[in-house]
Design a protein around this ligand. Structure first.
Ligand code: FAD
Length: 456
């Protein structure tokens, strides 16, 4: 894809116009390229990628967020990249989740046997966990759906699963996946995360996993960082892009999309794919039709999740393994990964890059959160880290465009189609199961399927 300017754009040169060049918009463009189409991407910022992004801070290469890619073996994101990039990008699997509860450390038990030996609770806690764990692992997706409007804590209480340590560990796991606490996360979304599935498995498969467990953590880090992926995806797309080009209006006439207005210029087209966050769309879509107004107005108050990522460049290797470390106590929201042990190219030789993710709570500043993380879990359990800091860099942004709370689950969200023919929506707030980039890729697949269905 080549950069161009608005004054040179001729809409009829393109098969589709994509408004917004975040992960959703770019992955859709990549898939359209594979169908032989040319696209025009209009991006309001001065670079492509949205929150899918990476850059250098001194000698350390950081991403926007920790960017652990879920479902490396079977997810839509990696499938997209492997199908369309040559050579395919490389990912390194991580070696599991380690939850620290005060001075004890345990992984997520993956079988009944492991649960009954779990070091983080006493015998009663383990029995309770085995009971609820078995229930969750064998639950069908259809059954989970009935819990979409209650919180995960309500679900657990309704099943009598109230052991505090178990709930704290789940609190941490759900924070990492949903960006909100178990008092807010939709039980359906939390259950899917804990079962780690977006598709149905047979009773036999579930039973086998319960008995034998699995050490298959299907998650990892992209070698070369996120920016190299963004750049390669942009190179592979057929078409052009314009930066600093905020789309002001998307116009409808007679039920069809007519085109859009960008930088005062009108571009007519009958296929527009919007990657603009849904909460901005009521201001952008112009239509007198009540169904259209209602459709977009519904999402104007969407709640996002706010993340804080603390990057620490250390002057020597202190952690040095490929694990996801979650510090559950005293606060259940600190997640730490040694990125340079997955991908040494992000730190100078002999040094270490640590990423620490946490949640930005309403009413608190990023600085307060950084101090809380340092003086709680880090000071207590990883004091060595604090003694070797050479670089410190803090990022804040929305980590997910739609928090996984009741009313905003993937079952509630609208999907790729709108009441306007020829206008499709893509992005993590539209629909698509999974988290983050997986969700963006799933939503891009949804758009492609909808466009094909419409044209056949
Ligand atoms: C801190 C953090 C940690 C994360 N961790 C992970 C992780 O570990 N694993 C994972 O898979 N994912 C992770 N993610 C999530 C993942 O990066 C995002 O879910 C995904 O990149 C979002 O893609 P999107 O298409 O929904 O949206 P966005 O990135 O929001 O893209 C929307 C684009 O549209 C543009 N735009 C908006 N309005 C207009 C307009 N009017 N005109 C033109 N352009 C417009 C924006 O500038 C932007 O480029 C993380 C994200 C963050 C920020």
């Amino acid at each position: 894809m080549r950069e161009t300017t608005l004054d040179r754009v001729e809409p009829s040169d393109y098969d589709a116009i994509v408004a917004g060049g975040g992960a959703g918009g770019l992955l859709t463009s990549l898939a359209l390229t594979a169908e032989g189409k040319r696209v025009l991407v209009l991006e309001q910022a001065k670079r492509l990628g949205g929150v899918w992004h990476g850059y250098w801070v001194g000698d350390f290469r950081v991403d926007q967020g920790l960017h652990v890619v879920t479902r490396i073996r079977r997810g839509a994101f990696v499938r997209f990249l492997k199908a369309h990039l040559n050579p395919p990008p490389e990912f390194v699997l991580h070696e599991g989740w380690h939850f620290r509860v005060y001075d004890k450390v345990g992984t997520i038990p993956s079988s009944i046997g492991e649960t009954l030996r779990w070091p983080l609770t006493g015998v009663r806690g383990r029995l309770g966990l085995a009971r609820i764990g078995a229930k969750i692992k064998t639950m069908k997706l259809e059954e989970m759906k009935q819990y979409k409007d209650i919180t995960f804590r309500e679900f657990m209480e309704s099943k009598g699963a109230t052991n505090e340590v178990m709930l704290d560990v789940m609190q941490s796991a759900i924070y990492m996946a949903a960006g909100v606490s178990i008092d807010e996360a939709s039980a359906y979304e939390a259950l899917r995360t804990l079962k780690d599935t977006d598709r149905e498995s047979s009773r036999l498969q579930s039973a086998r996993r319960l008995i034998f467990g699995t050490d298959e953590y299907d998650e990892g880090i992209a070698i070369g960082g996120m920016q190299s992926l963004v750049d390669r995806v942009c190179d592979a797309i057929s078409g052009e892009y314009v930066l600093n080009a905020p789309v002001d209006k998307i116009a409808e006439k007679g039920g069809n999309v007519r085109g859009l207005v960008v930088g005062g210029k009108e571009l007519e087209h009958n296929l527009v794919i919007s990657n603009i966050p849904l909460w901005s769309m009521p201001k952008i879509v112009t239509s007198n039709r009540p169904d259209v107004v209602q459709f977009f107005e519904r999402w104007s108050q969407m709640r996002v999740t706010q993340g804080v990522t603390i990057w620490l460049g250390l002057d020597e290797v202190v952690i040095g393994d490929r694990k996801s470390r979650v510090i559950v106590h005293p606060r259940p929201e600190t997640w730490m990964i040694s990125l340079s042990s997955f991908d040494p190219s992000c730190a100078p030789t002999g040094k270490e890059l640590l990423g620490i993710a946490t949640i930005l709570h309403e009413g608190r500043t990023a600085e307060e959160m950084v101090n809380a993380v340092k003086s709680n879990g880090l000071k207590e359990y990883h004091e060595e880290v604090l003694k070797h800091i050479e670089m410190e860099h803090v990022q804040t942004s929305y980590a997910t465009r739609a928090a996984l709370i009741p009313g905003q689950t993937d079952l509630d969200r609208p999907g790729p189609e709108t009441p306007i023919k020829g206008l499709y929506i893509v992005g993590t707030d539209t629909s698509g199961s999974g988290v983050g980039l997986q969700q963006a890729a799933n939503s891009a697949e949804g758009v492609l399927t909808a466009i094909k269905a419409q044209s056949s």
